[in-house]
Ligand binder design. Structure first.
Ligand code: EPU
Length: 419
């Protein structure tokens, strides 16, 4: 177990380059199971979730080579196996093997998925959709046993909520189904477009990804495929928040600014100074920030995954900001830690009132989940004195080389062993 020691209040100057999106690569790797051929994936971030998914691929017989941000997956020896609890429970995205194993073998056995504890996180939309595609589902000895007598059946589906995971899982399963599948009220996040592009590169027939209606015409088999992972908009947003609080002509490069419109809009409202040049944003510290209200919601709304880092930003704004989380029940567990560092936040279930600006001071705090960890890291960088963050394996699941990236631009962060 490691922890982070951060000496705060250091100016950020220089360039941070954004890696591939966690929430895209964690779907692209399981999606590759649909072909017995070879897949090449570029811009793959070196994060622990990727390593776990590659272990799962190897357990299914895939040969994988991961070097210089490029991943080559060769599935010629792929076979169907139970995805054991020791793998599945380590991350949420293990549930994408449901879609791909069902698609290729008409059968999947998967232990319960894990992921950050930020709410109850049911997967009923995934399971109901598979059932409508002729899959029977049983829960046996701590895992799902999912089977269809023949190829899955294409059908029309309406999602009560535009779930990212269910949209991707159904898109993957429907690619090799018999007939056409339509998803109405599909999620529209950029990661969904990235997965559809990958599947289409392998011969799938998917239209409408990125809109609320996706149509998947089933095909009999797929061939080799190739894709580049889109830049991680949440990683980019986290560094931009740091830049708005500590930057001096700080450059965040390799991002897609259109994917960050909601954050940039809120920055303008708060008075943050930034400039977009191609795939980079230059951003500098603004001394007097205005309070702004943040309500997280589905894309293109303000992303829930940036809500926690943004709540740290709000502690530095003058006046009262209202922060509301609408996707998860439990995404405010970092607030007591921010208050311990000097923030003035009153939290009520999914809503919080942030009164600022507050002078933050270094304390010993704990990352309760991935984005809570990011929020405390931002706070530690702004604070006077030294902040110690424990449970940082959460942060390392989603932010590639975060310590070296930040130290290179002027931060003072050390990764040390727990006592
Ligand atoms: N939901 C249901 N039933 C379902 C599916 C979802 O009720 O069948 C509810 C969930 O309980 C949750 C909400 O819908 O309250 C959002 O779930 P969604 O399926 O959209 O999200 P997810 O696929 O579980 C992915 C990301 C999350 C990110 C969300 C929303 C991955 C592996 N995870 O989760 O990422 O917050 O989309 O954008 O892609 C993170 O990176 O920190 C993270 C938690």
């Amino acid at each position: 177990m490691k922890k982070l020691l951060i000496k705060g209040n250091k100016e950020l100057n220089g360039e941070v380059h954004i890696g591939g999106a966690k929430n895209a690569i964690v779907a692209l790797i399981p999606a590759s199971v649909l072909t017995k051929g070879k897949c090449v994936i570029h811009n793959v971030p070196d994060i622990s979730d990727v390593r776990i998914l590659l272990d799962i691929m190897k357990s299914l017989g895939s040969e994988v080579i991961y070097k210089n941000e490029t991943l080559i997956i060769d599935n010629k020896n792929l076979h169907n196996e139970l995805i054991k609890q020791e793998y599945a429970s380590k991350l949420r995205a293990s549930y994408y093997f449901m879609g791909s194993l069902l698609g290729l073998f008409n059968k999947a056995e998967i232990s319960y998925p894990g992921g950050c504890i930020i709410g109850s996180r049911p997967i009923d939309i995934h399971l109901d959709s598979f059932k409508k595609m002729n899959v029977t589902i049983k829960e046996v000895d701590g895992h799902y046993l999912m089977k269809s007598k023949s190829r899955l059946k294409g059908t029309s589906l309406f999602f009560d909520f535009p779930s990212v995971g269910a949209t991707i899982n159904v898109m993957i399963a429907a690619t090799l189904a018999n007939g056409v599948t339509k998803i109405i009220n599909a999620a529209r996040e950029p990661e969904i477009v990235n997965v559809a592009d990958f599947l289409n590169s392998m011969g799938a027939k998917i239209k409408g990804a990125g809109t609320g209606e996706i149509i998947i015409e089933g095909v009999e088999e797929l061939h080799d495929g190739e894709v580049t992972v889109i830049p991680d908009r949440i990683e980019a947003g986290t560094y931009l928040i740091m830049g708005a609080l500590l930057g001096r002509n700080f450059k965040v490069s390799g991002l897609v600014s259109e994917h960050l419109e909601s954050l940039l809009f809120k920055f303008r409202e708060a008075g943050v100074k930034y400039k977009i040049k191609g795939n980079s944003v230059y951003i500098s510290r603004t001394r007097k920030l205005n309070a702004v209200n943040i309500k997280t919601t589905v894309y293109p709304g303000f992303p829930t995954d940036l809500g926690q880092p943004m709540s740290t930003f709000l502690t530095q704004c003058s006046g009262e900001s209202i922060f509301e989380e609408t996707i998860y029940e439990n995404r405010l567990r970092h607030i007591p830690h921010l208050n311990a560092m000097g923030a003035n936040i009153n939290a009520f279930e999914k809503k919080a009132v942030v009164i600022g600006p507050s002078k933050l001071v270094g304390r010993k705090v704990k990352a309760t989940d991935l984005r809570a960890g990011a929020s405390l890291l931002v706070a530690g960088m702004v604070a006077e004195g030294t902040t110690e963050i424990s449970n940082i394996e959460h942060i390392l699941r989603g932010y590639e080389n975060i310590v070296s990236k930040l130290n290179k631009v002027g931060a003072d962060i050390r990764l040390i062993d727990e006592d």
